[in-house]
Design a protein. Structure first.
Lengths: 125, 508
């Protein structure tokens, strides 16, 4: 049976949690050796993402992706960051195809889309 | 012109409202073979319509597998346009299609889009009513027992395997045994009916050329004006082939709910099962017997349970289902055939051997049965055909002795002769269905022994001549049988007289 990235992530986090800080490096090395043995090296980015997601969820955090059509000043980005808790991981993106406005996606499941691109699409649907 | 367009657009923009809201979204993580795996959309329902955003425009998909972290969805559009990372939105709506009387006389896709090149089905698609593809079958309370006949126009079937409105009668047989021909004849024969049902022909996985030929046949026979063709040809994706019978049923239910009678032909459910198997295997559902998924029985039972005769309080409409199953080498004990046999209210079994012997329709009377239709059989047919099955059964038993005919006693010889005559009378070419009053007259003559003296090669000529003679000389016989639906003593006397006088003319 193939291991999913979530299973790898759970195993790694639980192994690290039960060990001292000095043992962490060895655990991580052995973990990647196990991943290699199972032929899952190409899934490492997914595994890392699953680790981040699991750690985030443990403390009640969410992945917040905020997309603008153009680059904004740091002060504007910071004002957006204040809308979320310190446990939330806030990622900013620039997507020129949005034309204007902002799109906020939470955990890849819920979306608040107030971009010009979406409004134009909706208008002509 | 340009000014008008600008003004129209300005009005639309002025009336445009876009309230800020949180929407459920997902992302495509895998795509291929018309299937896609989506992460997110954790609140999606089974069978929910999803919208996949692609550079070429939005593509619809249906949520099939709801798993812990992913959704397995079936794409309903061009699958090559879907890329990993594409955004998917839930619509909150279960898959439905637009329905309406505008569909009558048209060929449509399983998604309710016209495919006959005669333009759009509805003036404004937003005004059209919609019907869900998956709907619960009518409850026990809403149903009534089958009591109105559905004449096929085929003597052998109307006499021995009668079908009632609201019944589910399976047409089963090997390839090239005339299964579709029976279904098409039944549709054509509805032209003769006073209370004509709306007919829906669902083509699943058929060759496009065959579908085109069927549409042409219906058009030439003036039967397309009360028929809808739902087309999911062999070239259509498996998802559309899977949805086609449900679309046909949804259209039928729309008319049934209005109190109308509907006949739906599913041609054929073997290919439908194959399409569902393909989807299920691609979605990695566990394969069962013959690699079909575990719910293949439920797939067909929930479809065929939607056939019903509704009680008067619920409008009194009906939906008759004629599913078709193709067997391999006459094996009716294969998985899908046995399933559908057990679901339906009887079956018309067609045999290759009979077909090659020239017995057409190649109905095997012994294996064919109608479990509820006899209650709906027209009295006229019931009266004349009551003995037919028994006489044919006796003939089948004695048939092996035909080659020793010279050594047999007179009673056996007479039974064999009668059997041969009846077999000849029951032969009927395709695309030539007969109105039930004409069937009753021919069966009356045959079972009354009036045809016994006619040489077998001339029986077809005799039948045509007799019908023509009664039509021109005593046409009121047909009118009376058609209106009263029975043969009373007075009509019987007139009929005997007409037959005898025609025999005199015919044998001269």
């Amino acid at each position: 049976m193939k291991y999913t990235p979530r299973i790898y992530a759970k195993a790694l986090i639980e192994s690290l949690a039960g060990a001292s800080a000095a043992a962490h490096e060895g655990i991580i090395k052995r973990f990647f050796a196990a991943v290699r043995r199972r032929g899952d090296v190409r899934r490492v980015p997914e595994i890392i993402e699953a680790v981040r997601e699991t750690l985030r969820r443990r403390v009640g955090g969410r992945l917040v992706e905020i997309a603008f059509a153009r680059r904004h000043k740091k002060s504007i980005l910071d004002s957006f960051r204040t809308l979320f808790t310190k446990h939330d991981e806030v990622v900013f993106r620039t997507e020129p195809e949005l034309a204007a406005g902002v799109r906020i996606t939470i955990d890849g499941e819920r979306e608040f889309d107030q971009t010009a691109a979406r409004r134009i699409k909706k208008l002509f649907r | 012109m340009q000014y008008d367009l600008v003004e129209k657009l300005k009005k639309e923009i002025a009336g445009f409202r876009d309230e800020p809201s949180l929407e459920a979204v997902g992302t495509v993580v895998e795509a291929g073979d018309g299937i896609t795996k989506i992460s997110g959309l954790s609140k999606a329902q089974s069978q929910e319509l999803l919208v996949v955003e692609t550079p070429d425009g939005d593509i619809f998909a249906v949520a099939f597998n709801l798993e812990e972290h992913f959704i397995g969805a079936v794409l309903l559009g061009e699958p090559t346009a879907v890329r990993v990372g594409a955004k998917v939105r839930g619509t909150g709506a279960i898959l439905s299609i637009p329905v309406g009387k505008e569909m009558i006389g048209r060929a449509v896709s399983p998604l309710g889009v016209a495919v006959d090149g005669k333009g759009a089905l509805f003036k404004d698609i937003d005004d059209a009513e919609t019907a869900p593809l998956e709907r619960k079958a009518p409850s026990v309370v809403a149903r009534e027992s089958v009591n109105v006949p559905l004449h096929t126009g085929i003597k052998a079937i109307d006499a021995m395997i009668p079908i009632g409105r609201g019944q589910r009668e399976l047409i089963i047989g090997d390839r090239q045994t005339g299964k579709t021909a029976i279904a098409i004849d039944t549709i054509l024969n509805q032209k003769n009916e006073s209370n004509r049902p709306i007919c829906i022909y669902v083509a699943i996985g058929q060759k496009s050329a065959k579908i085109a030929r069927i549409i042409r046949v219906l058009e030439e026979a003036d039967a397309l004006k009360y028929t809808i063709v739902v087309s999911a040809p062999a070239s259509a994706p498996a998802a559309l082939q899977y949805l086609a019978p449900f679309a046909g049923c949804a259209i039928g239910e729309y008319f049934m709910d209005q109190g109308k009678d509907v006949l739906v032909v599913y041609d054929d459910l073997s290919k439908h099962a194959d399409a569902y198997r393909e989807l299920s295997l691609l979605l990695r559902r566990p394969p069962g017997r013959e690699a079909y998924p575990g719910d293949i029985f439920f797939l067909h039972s929930r479809l065929l349970e939607r056939a019903a005769r509704l009680s008067r309080e619920f409008g009194g409409g009906s939906l008759t289902a004629l599913p078709i199953i193709e067997t391999k080498l006459g094996d009716i004990s294969a998985y899908v055939p046995t399933n559908v046999i057990s679901i339906t209210d009887g079956q018309i079994y067609l045999e290759s051997d009979l077909f090659t012997k020239g017995l057409r329709p190649a109905v095997n009377v012994g294996l064919s049965v109608s479990r509820v239709g006899s209650a709906a059989q027209t009295k006229a047919i019931k009266k004349v055909a009551g003995r037919l099955r028994l006489e044919l059964a006796q003939f089948r038993e004695l048939e092996a002795f035909v080659q020793f005919a010279s050594d047999l006693d007179d009673a056996t010889k007479a039974k064999i002769h009668r059997g041969q005559i009846l077999t000849e009378v029951l032969k009927q070419s395709d695309l030539q269905p007969l109105a039930f009053e004409r069937e009753a007259v021919i069966l009356f003559a045959a079972l009354g022994g009036y045809v016994d003296e006619i040489p077998r090669p001339r029986i077809k000529e005799f039948e045509a001549g007799l019908l023509q003679y009664i039509e021109s000389m005593q046409g009121d016989i047909f009118t009376k049988i058609a209106s009263t639906r029975m043969i009373d003593d007075e009509t019987e006397a007139a009929l005997v007289g007409a037959i005898k006088s025609f025999i005199e003319v015919f044998t001269k």
